[in-house]
Design a protein around this ligand. Sequence first.
Ligand SMILES: [Zn+2]
Length: 116
Amino acid sequence: MADSTHEQWLVQIDAELDGELSLIERAALAKHLATCAHCAGARASQLEVRVALARSAGNPHAFVVPRPSIRAGTLAVWVVIALGTGLAAGWVAHGQWGGPGGGGTLEESRGTIVVH
Ligand SMILES: [Zn+2]
C-alpha cells in the first residue's frame, strides 16, 4: 500500500527540485524522505541527473535547472535540425534550377515578353 504513494512522492520530489513546492509541501516531503529510503534514494538520483544536466548546460553551480531551459535547449536542437534540412533543401533546389542569377532565365523570359 505504501508503494502506491511513492509515485506521488516522486512527482513531489521533481516539483521540489524545480522550486515549485510550497513550504508546507516541502515539509511533508522532508518528513516522508526521513522515513523512506526508497524516495530519499530517488531524490538523490534525481539530483545527480540535474547536476549532469547543469554541467552539460555549462552551469554546474545552478540552484535548479528549470524545465523551460531544458525545453529551450531541446527546441534549439530542433531549430538547428530544421535549418540544416532547409539548407539541404535549398542546396538541392539550387542544383535543380540553377539558383538565383545562375542561368539568366528571368532575363530570357522578360525578353520574350518584351518581344511579344
Ligand atoms: Zn516513499
